[in-house]
Design a protein around this ligand. Structure first.
Ligand code: LLP
Length: 418
């Protein structure tokens, strides 16, 4: 993404040309940024047996999953649908980890039949997995499991994304570790990995390291480990916050883990499950201004997308920078940018307390706005609310712009209805 002649460009295309070619609104991703982020994380952590499991809930486009595969990532999934997509993208069963939540018996059966390694997050699920695995005729591969520990060291940018602690539904609370081991023995399951994911959008090194040390304290109780998985959570700045110092974090992670392995008496693999870090900054949502509407208090800018396409602002009060891609360098004015959904909360410029005026370069009808840092949890959380179609997605690779998901049609909106 660069600015040329007062306009926003992706490779040889300016934003307006992309919309002419592919329609509006449009998600645009830059392949180079994704590849760069993967390399950065790998280089900074620099541990021999490091494996990155891309948390594909952040963005489930097959083309993006394929980039992860090409870059040597494995994949973290949370539903059978995601596993299905990962297999379609070319991941082999042994490259997939399943960290579900409130998993049904049928889902366990489906996963066991495909020999997917399951990360189990409650004692109830552990017993049901064990029983179903025996019913199906347990194999060496499906006897191996990972367990998700609630290490009570949660953190994150919003209450809804903190995934550890007594108020949290995820993982087996650390006080029940003896029961985990007893249950696993009862069903002849081998616990080869332990996992935690403390939360999302973490920007400081200390929080990460603290939580790592907490999990490692419990890891020693498991005698047959092959890996420890510390989940995802690496944050990116959305509103000019200080970047996560990945160089320092990577170096310290390596130190802490190597020290642990000496104590454990075996070199274990080190897993992380980054989602946001790999794709957020690679994506932009382009939309067009159609309406300008005043009240005595605000100037509302109306665009042809809404929280149905990017729900993060409404859901968490998250900040997404918005720029006028048609006119980047003009007098700045203060606006409220609103979507086209029939709810007064469908606003892109607000926080958890309410509307917030945003300075954007002078806007007129027909201008293209770019909503930035939208590559993670944008399209993957989009819906058809108000019977509006999902946007198309385009991948920019050097000079080329490739359609990687077509825009939905009205027929798509009705195709499941009987
Ligand atoms: N592993 C597990 C088990 C997770 O639950 C998650 C995210 C990740 C990895 C990846 O986390 P990341 O590296 O992307 O922070 N919808 C929210 C984010 C929810 C994250 C849920 N779990 C958002 O829009 O910010």
């Amino acid at each position: 993404m660069e600015i040329k002649k007062n306009k926003l460009y992706f490779g040889k295309y300016c934003a307006e040309d992309l919309l002419k070619k592919f329609g509006c609104p449009l998600y645009v991703y830059e392949e180079e940024i994704i590849r760069c982020q993967i390399k950065k994380l790998k280089n900074c952590i620099n541990y021999n047996s490091l494996k990155l499991y891309y948390a594909c809930k952040a963005n489930t486009n097959l083309a993006i999953m394929k980039i992860m595969l090409e870059e040597g990532c494995c994949i973290d999934t949370v539903s059978c649908g995601e596993v299905y997509a990962a297999l379609k993208a070319g991941f082999k069963a042994e490259q997939i980890l399943y960290t579900g939540n409130n998993v049904t018996d049928d889902e366990f059966r489906w996963l066991i039949e495909r020999e997917i390694l399951v990360n189990i997050g409650s004692l109830s699920e552990l017993a049901r997995y064990g029983r179903i695995n025996q019913e199906i005729g347990s194999k060496a591969k499906t006897n191996k499991i990972c367990v998700r520990i609630n290490s009570d060291a949660g953190a994150g940018f919003h209450d809804h994304v903190i995934t550890s602690g007594v108020d949290c539904k995820f993982g087996i609370y650390y006080k029940y570790i003896d029961e985990i081991i007893a249950k696993a023995n009862q069903y002849k399951l081998k616990i080869i990995g332990i996992h935690h994911h403390i939360g999302s959008g973490i920007l400081d090194v200390e929080t990460f390291l603290y939580s790592m040390n907490v999990l490692l304290k419990y890891a020693v109780k498991f005698k047959e480990l092959e890996f420890v998985d510390f989940g995802g959570g690496f944050g990116v700045p959305y509103n000019h916050e200080k970047k996560l110092n990945i160089d320092v974090l990577g170096m310290k992670i390596k130190q802490v883990f190597e020290k642990f392995c000496v104590k454990y008496g075996k070199e274990l693999s080190l897993f992380f499950e980054p989602g946001r870090y790999l794709v957020a900054e690679a994506g932009v949502l382009l939309c067009r201004v159609n309406t300008l509407n005043k009240t005595p208090k605000y100037e509302f800018v109306g665009v042809d997308t809404g929280f149905n396409h990017l729900v993060r602002v409404v859901m968490y009060g998250s900040y997404h920078e918005i720029i006028n891609a048609s006119n980047l360098d003009d007098t700045k004015k203060k606006y409220i940018v609103g979507g086209n959904i029939c709810e007064s909360g469908d606003i892109f410029t607000m926080d958890s307390k309410g509307l917030k005026l945003r300075e954007i370069s002078n806007i007129k009808e027909g201008d293209v706005l770019a909503i930035l840092t939208a590559g993670a949890y944008g399209m993957s959380m989009a819906s058809n609310y108000n019977m509006r179609v999902l946007p198309a997605e385009v991948l920019i690779n050097r000079e080329d712009a490739k359609l990687i998901r077509r825009r939905q049609s009205f027929d798509d909106l009705l195709k499941e209805q009987i």
